[in-house]
Design a protein around this ligand. Structure first.
Ligand code: ADP
Length: 486
C-alpha cells in the first residue's frame, strides 16, 4: 500500500478559504478507499492546532534562521480517521486572520518562512523522523506546499530519502513570489536558486519549486491541464509546463456527497432528491425570506457563492444585472473580497431591494442554503481550474451558468436543443468571455424557465450526475504507483 503524505495549508471543515480546503478534507478518505495509506501534514494554525487530540511529539524541526522553534506533532483531528501531523511553530502560525493574511487582508511579511518550514517538515517526515511511518510519496498542494518538492529533492540528493513527490496546482495564478534575498531563509542548497530551480524572473517562486522539482504534477481538471500550457493561462510558467507535459495529469476534483447532497443536508429547510424534488421549493422560499428577497416561487433565483475576485467573472454579472432583473429574476450573492466588487453589489442591492440580496464573510451554512434554494448558480469565471460551486449546484439542482473554460467546461453541458433532446443538458455555457455572450446564456436560462417541464428534465439530469471522489482517488493512486513501482 502506498504511504502518501498530503501537505496542505487548508482543511475542511476546520480551516477554509476556498476549494483547496474541500479537496484536502475529502481526498484522504477517498485515497484510503482506493487502496492508499494517506496521512496529512498541516501548519499549526490555531483552528488546526487547537483541534488536535491524542497528540504526541514526533521531532523538533530545525529552523534555517536563528530565532524561534518548531516541532512536528502527531495526533487526531475531528472527522478524520487517519493520523495527522501538525507543524507546531507558535511564532509563525498562531496569528489571527486567515492562513495567508492578517485581519486587514495584508499578506504576512514572513510568509516565505512560514511555508518554507511546511516544506521542510514534509522532507523531515520523508526522511523518517517518525520512526513508525515514513511516506513513499509526498503530495503537496498549491504554492504553500511547493517547497516540499524542493526539500524532498534535496534530501534525495543527499540519500536521506527515497520518497517521490506529486505537486497539485489548484490555481496557477497564486504563485508565492518573494524577493530573491529571501532565498537564504528557505534552507535549500544554493544551486536551487536557478532557472533550473525556483528562480522566476529574479524572484523566488514557490509555485515554480513545485512545478520544477515534483516527480509528477497534477492539476484539477483536464481542460485546465491543457490551458496552463498556453501563454494566455500559463502565468509565465507555460514553457515549464509544456516541458513537463509528460508528467502532467488533469484529474477532476470530486464532490463529497456526504456533505453536499440535498437528500441529507441538515443545514437546509427541507430535504429533497431527484425523485422527490418538491422540498426544493421550500428551500427557495426559506432562502428568499432569510435574505429579504420577495417570496416569489415564479421568479428564477440566481445564486452566487464566491470569492469576490476578478477571476470569478463578477464584472459580467454586474454589467448584465439589469437584464437579469428586468426579465423577472432574483439574485443572491454570498462572498467577500475585492472592495470595489463588494461596493458594486452593495449599490445593486440598494437599487433593487427585494430582488437582489447580498451577504458577506464566510458562511458555510448559508452557502448550502443558497445551492439548495437557487434555481441557477452563476459561475462566469474568466478562468477556473476546476470550480466546485458548479458541481454543488448540479448536486442541488441549481443549474450552473458558466463560461466554457477549465473545469467548468469539463462538468457542465449546455442546454442546446440537441442536448435537451438527448437528455444530456445540465446547465448553460457561454463561449466568449464577453457580457454579450453571458447575456445570451442568461436568455437561454429564462427561455428554459418559461418551459417548466423542460426545466425539470434538465434539473433531473443535473442532479443524477455523479462527480464523486472515487474516480479521482483511483487516478491519484495510479499516479503514485507509477512513481513508486519504477
Ligand atoms: P476557489 O477555490 O477558487 O475559491 P472553488 O469553486 O474551487 O473556488 O471553491 C470555492 C469553495 O468555497 C466552495 O466550497 C464554496 O462553497 C466556498 N465559498 C466561497 N465563498 C464562500 C463564502 N463566502 N462562504 C462560504 N463558502 C464559500
Amino acid at each position: 500500500m502506498t504511504r502518501v503524505l498530503q501537505v496542505s495549508a487548508e482543511l475542511y471543515p476546520l480551516l477554509k478559504t476556498g476549494g483547496l480546503a474541500d479537496v484536502a478534507g475529502a481526498l484522504p478518505a477517498a485515497l484510503a478507499a482506493a487502496g492508499a495509506e494517506p496521512r496529512l501534514l498541516v501548519p499549526g494554525f490555531p483552528a488546526l492546532r487547537e483541534s488536535l487530540s491524542k497528540e504526541c511529539a514526533v521531532a523538533p524541526v530545525a529552523l534555517p534562521w536563528s530565532e524561534g522553534r518548531a516541532a512536528l506533532l502527531r495526533g487526531r483531528l475531528p472527522g478524520f480517521e487517519l493520523p495527522v501531523y501538525v507543524l507546531d511553530a507558535p511564532g509563525l502560525f498562531d496569528r489571527p486572520g486567515n492562513p495567508y493574511a492578517d485581519a486587514n487582508g495584508m499578506a504576512y511579511a514572513d510568509n516565505h518562512r512560514r511555508f518554507a518550514l511546511l516544506g521542510l517538515a514534509a522532507a523531515r517526515l520523508a526522511e523518517g523522523v517518525d520512526g513508525s511511518w515514513r511516506p513513499d510519496i509526498v503530495h503537496a498542494h498549491d504554492w504553500h506546499a511547493g517547497l516540499a518538492c524542493a526539500h524532498v529533492a534535496a534530501s534525495r540528493a543527499r540519500r536521506r530519502t527515497e520518497a517521490r513527490t506529486v505537486f497539485t496546482v489548484h490555481n496557477l495564478a497564486y504563485q508565492g513570489l518573494f524577493p530573491a534575498d529571501y532565498f537564504c531563509d528557505l534552507g535549500l542548497p544554493p544551486q536551487h536558486y536557478a532557472v533550473e530551480g525556483l528562480e522566476f524572473y529574479g524572484q523566488v517562486s514557490f509555485m515554480k519549486a513545485g512545478l520544477h522539482f515534483a516527480d509528477a504534477i497534477t492539476t484539477v481538471s483536464p481542460s485546465y491541464a491543457r490551458e496552463i500550457q498556453t501563454p494566455e493561462q500559463g502565468c509565465g510558467l507555460d514553457g515549464l509546463l509544456r516541458h513537463r507535459a509528460g508528467v502532467l495529469h488533469g484529474i477532476l476534483n470530486g464532490v463529497d456527497y456526504g456533505i453536499w447532497s440535498p437528500a441529507h443536508d441538515r443545514s437546509i429547510a427541507q430535504a429533497y432528491d431527484v425523485d422527490r424534488p418538491e422540498g426544493k421549493a421550500a428551500c427557495k422560499a426559506t432562502l428568499q425570506r432569510e435574505c429579504g428577497l420577495d417570496v416569489k416561487p415564479g421568479a428564477p433565483l440566481f445564486g452566487i457563492v464566491s470569492r469576490l475576485t476578478e477571476q470569478k467573472g463578477l464584472p459580467l454579472v454586474l454589467e448584465a444585472l439589469n437584464d437579469l432583473i428586468d426579465a423577472g429574476g432574483q439574485l443572491v450573492i454570498l462572498g467577500a473580497g475585492d472592495a470595489r466588487l463588494e461596493a458594486a453589489f452593495v449599490d445593486a442591492v440598494a437599487r433593487h431591494p427585494g430582488q437582489i440580496a447580498r451577504r458577506t464573510g464566510m458562511d458555510e451554512g448559508l452557502a448550502h442554503r443558497i445551492y439548495a434554494g437557487s434555481d441557477v448558480v452563476l459561475v462566469p469565471s474568466r478562468f477556473e481550474p476546476c470550480g466546485l460551486t458548479q458541481l454543488y449546484g448540479l448536486s442541488y439542482g441549481a443549474l450552473p451558468l458558466v463560461h466554457r473554460v477549465g473545469g467548468l467546461r469539463d462538468t457542465v453541458v449546455d442546454t442546446t436543443l440537441e442536448d435537451l433532446a438527448a437528455g444530456t443538458a445540465t446547465g448553460f455555457v457561454f463561449n466568449a468571455f464577453t457580457a454579450d455572450a453571458y447575456r445570451r446564456a442568461l436568455r437561454r436560462a429564462f427561455a428554459l424557465w418559461s418551459r417548466q417541464e423542460f426545466w425539470a428534465r434538465v434539473r433531473g439530469t443535473a442532479m443524477r450526475g455523479h462527480f464523486g471522489w472515487d474516480g479521482a482517488a483511483r487516478r491519484y493512486v495510479a499516479v503514485y504507483e507509477g512513481l513508486t513501482s519504477g
